[in-house]
Structure formats: structure tokens, C-alpha cells
Design a protein around this ligand. Sequence first.
Ligand SMILES: [Fe+2]
Ligand SMILES: [Fe+2]
Ligand SMILES: [Fe+2]
Length: 442
Amino acid sequence: MLSNLGSYYNISKLLTEISNLSATFDSSLRGHNLRVSLISLLVATKLTFSRNFLLNILVASLLHDIGILFFREREQISLLKEENYGDGAIHLHAFIGYKLLNRYPFFREPARIVRDHHRTYSEFVSSPSRFSFPAQILFLADRVDVWVSNRLANGYSLLESIGLLREKLERGRGTLFSPKLLDILFNFYYDREAFWFNLYTEEEYAKEMVLDWLDRLDFTLSIEELLKTVNLFGFIIDFKSPFTATHSSGVAQTATHLASYFHFSQEELRKMKVAGFLHDIGKILIPTEILEKPGRLTDNEFFIMKSHVYHTYRILSRFIHNEDIVKWASYHHEKLNGKGYPFRLKANQIPLGSRIMAIADMFTALTEERPYKKAMSSSEALGILIQFSKRGELDDQIVSLLAKNLKAIDKSRQIAQERASELYRDLKRIVGKFDSSGSESC
Ligand SMILES: [Fe+2]
Ligand SMILES: [Fe+2]
Ligand SMILES: [Fe+2]
């Protein structure tokens, strides 16, 4: 039974899709994580063929900028593209990424690599027990891509972009960069035109190679690890805004709780949880100004807002091979009277799981504070849901089950959201305390 859930996902695709989300803030970052992953991996294979070493460096490279999803400030994002070697502020996104990943034993080693990926070679040499060596590989790969991509974005040709790179990297030999790693880059790759053509003239190449390597290295997760990974991505979606910081956790819990009254099997309950964590993944693509607008949205803004469920559908379809999860997650704004969005489905096209999700989503949202409204009590929220069910928009059977078990459902929702908010506050504290020297005094 349990093993089925694992087969629904293409785990490698899940990882690459999620890792690509950092680029949604800034299109010039598109493909950055994939190119960095490939460069890191190629350099690493000249050091060792140890599966664990390669897998850790690959996972770390894919997720190395994941911490940036926590920030909305443009400065943090632009820092990634600067030729900035190891001053304080640059370490913040790396440290947030570390904190997110380090919670999970199976991501612990990649977490350390992510944490140190802007540490220079001198820093590493002065304290080799403190900093991770594989992070030096990631640092070099990251700087190579930032340099070449910046040059390309400024209108230089590929030849011009790589032309000055050698000299530039050589200037950092032994101080910024490990001499051994520079030798590998120059001896095995730098002069080979195909190395650069692969990376910078073919958009899909790095992705194909990364997926191929993940398969070759047999990247797998147990069901429990998979659920935790999905939970982590739920956090990342929510943390984009303080108003929704614990929303997906609340929705996942409420939906699963409601589904248990409908005798969903253990496996279906797990699917419901996954769908709950990911139901708003499409919001990653919606501008924060719209998500957090205090007043009424204009028609145009609302139209854009509506697309979040469309994007949820598209993103999830790419790596989840299970219709239930995709539909339960993506149909949460469809209405039984056909007036929902974005597919305008009719009642007979909306499965029970999606109806439950719609109610769990509304119930959770109503009990949360938003820039345009105050938080409601659970009974006030229920009152609104009853009105909606009377209007033929929500399933009245589910709403009455919610009414009957309101206390228990609301309690479990609160507990789930409190747990998520601890992590959120912890990360906020780190951001607040992070001193400009970049030390981990927090
Ligand atoms: Fe990067
Ligand atoms: Fe939504
Ligand atoms: Fe939602």
C-alpha cells in the first residue's frame, strides 16, 4: 500500500521542478541551478566516483538558492548575480537554505554544502573542520555561471564571455578558489567548446543531464522522506508572505481530517496531505503586490490571481503521475454551480477530494488574517461556508460534517499551523539577527 505513493512521483523531476522555482523571481536566473549542478558534477567526477559524494553535491547544487524564496527584497535576489565574494549579506540566503534542509536527515549533507556555498577557499583553508569542502566545488561552479550569464545578458558573445574567464579565475587561485578545482576545470573542460555549447546554447541540455544523473545515482526517497520533502516545499510556498506563512499546513491538516470522516484509506489520506501542502504552489508565480494588496483587486489583478490554480495544475502535472493528487490540489477554486475557476467545471466533474480541499482552503483562509481582512473565529468561518453551500457553491454534506466536528477539526488545524509558525519565526529571527559579517551568531 505505502509503496504506491512513491510510484506516483517522478522524484527526480520533483527536485528539478522545485529547484527551478528560484528563477521565478528573476528570469535571468533561469537554468542557473541546472547549469551550476552540471558544472559541479563534472568537476566532482574528476575527484571521486563515490555515489554519496556525487549525489550530495548534485542535490545541494540543485537546491543551493532555495533560501532565496524566503525573501521578497530585490536586493537579496540581485546579490546572487553580483560578483560578490563572501561578504556578509550573501551568506543569508545560503544560511536560510541550510536551515530549511537541515531539518531532514536525508538532506543534512547537502544542507552543509548549501550553507557554505559562498565561502572562499581562504576561509575554507583557515577552518577546514568548520566549512564543507564540496561547497568549494559549488562555489566555483556558481561563480562560473554567474560570470558567463552576466556577460551574455550584457550583450557579449559566448566567446567573449568565456574569453576573460580564465584570467579572472586565475586571479583568485588559492585565495578565492581551490587550485585543485581550478586545475580540473582548466585541464578537462575549459578548452572544450562543447562544454560551453552544452551549457549556454542548448536550454534543455543541463536539465536532461541532471535528470539522467539523478537516475544514474539512483536518487530515491522513502515514502516518509517524500512526504517530508513535499511538506518542506509547502513551507517554501507559504513563507513567501507573512499572511500565508502557515496556510498550506492548515489546509493539508483540515483536508486530511475532513477526508477521514469519508473513510478515505491510509494511502488516500496521504495523497490528500500532499495535495494540501501543494494546492497553492502556483502562487509562487503571482507577484507579491497582488498577493498582499490591502484593497480590492482590479479586474486585471484578479484575473492574474486566478491563474495560481492553473499554475498549480501545470506544475504538479509535470511530476505527479496521479490524477487524484493533481485534481484535489488544483480544483480548489472550482464551484459546484459551475462558477468557479479556472476550468469552470460542473458539479459532476469535481471529485470529492477537490470538494473537501475547497472547503478546507476556505475554512483555513477565513480563520487567517490577511492584508484586506481580519481573522475570523471558527464559528464565524463556518457561518460563511454554510452561506456558500446554500448558494450551491460548496458541498453541503462536507460543510455539515465540518459543523458537526468543528471543535476537533479547528483544534488540529491550529496545532498544525502553530508548528509551522515556529519554523517561520525561527527563520525570521535569523534574518533579523544576521550580522553584516555573515557570521552565524544567530
Ligand atoms: Fe547561485
Ligand atoms: Fe488557492
Ligand atoms: Fe489556499
